[in-house]
Ligand binder design. Sequence first.
Ligand SMILES: [Zn+2]
Length: 327
Amino acid sequence: MIKQLVKNTLSFVAGTLGWSMVRRGNKKLIILMYHRVLPVNDPRYQREEPGMVVSDKTFAMHMQTLHDEKVPVMTVSDWLAQPESTRAALTVAITFDDGWLDNYEFAFPVLKQFGFRSTLYVVTDFLGKPAPFWPNKVLQLLLAEGAQPTDDWAPLLRLIDKRISLPLSRDEAAQVIDHLKSHSDHEIYQALAAIPAKQNNPVEMISTEQLVEAKDTMGVEIGSHTRRHYRLKEGLSEALLKEEIVDAKHILQEMTGAPVTTFCFPNGDFSAEAHKLVQSHYSAAVTTLRGINSAHNFDAHKLLRIGVHNDISDTPMKFKAKLSGWR
Ligand SMILES: [Zn+2]
């Protein structure tokens, strides 16, 4: 009770005082990181990890708040291209990771209404597919009503490495996902391949046509988020790094007929080799490192971002506290 009161008070201070401070002073770029945008009653919202989604209402409120506060919104590329003297004290960039269809359905129309540009980082092999990421496949298994592990689950359960009784709560499932991240993507996909997939899963990723439409008519810049969302950690072969970083760029340029100049590291991971390759093929790259970029001191290939999801940003005050760097 007291803890909650203290938390609310601190959040209020961050949302008022913190916000007024961040708006003034040295020139800064806040890059917001979104994943999914969905109505709360959409089954896709219910199936998703809480940290991955904001509701359509919360997203519209965020944009309304930026509009009301008269904060300039532009893409990272546009901000980088601006001469420093013309940069505002505070600029916000809006980024979406992965290329979810729901961004096209529920976020881009709102952005268009406000005249805000944004960047969508897509995984080229996943375009137009049902949810192809292993966390979604795992969640689907763990949260399904009446689900019972069969013998086919043995490889996956070995990786999960603890006793679970289904269905799990969303928070428990999120913990399992967190634990699974200690294994390689390849191992996890192999374990999942042993479990027969349900047929007719709906498409959850944006299609090539929608991507082009978003770029041409909704002010969306297309950025690269690799070919298969492999985490670019130590140990990935040179050939795989090239496919994920260089080939993805060429595929996207072919698809959109436009230069692709920005990159987003899957899960925020990068080895020294991966970083170097990105540096030589893109003019900027965003990470999941948390923070606000200062115009006087930033690395264009290691840009900091602030992740937003519904639970931590569902009032204008909480959103402004988040923008101020409040955890
Ligand atoms: Zn991603």
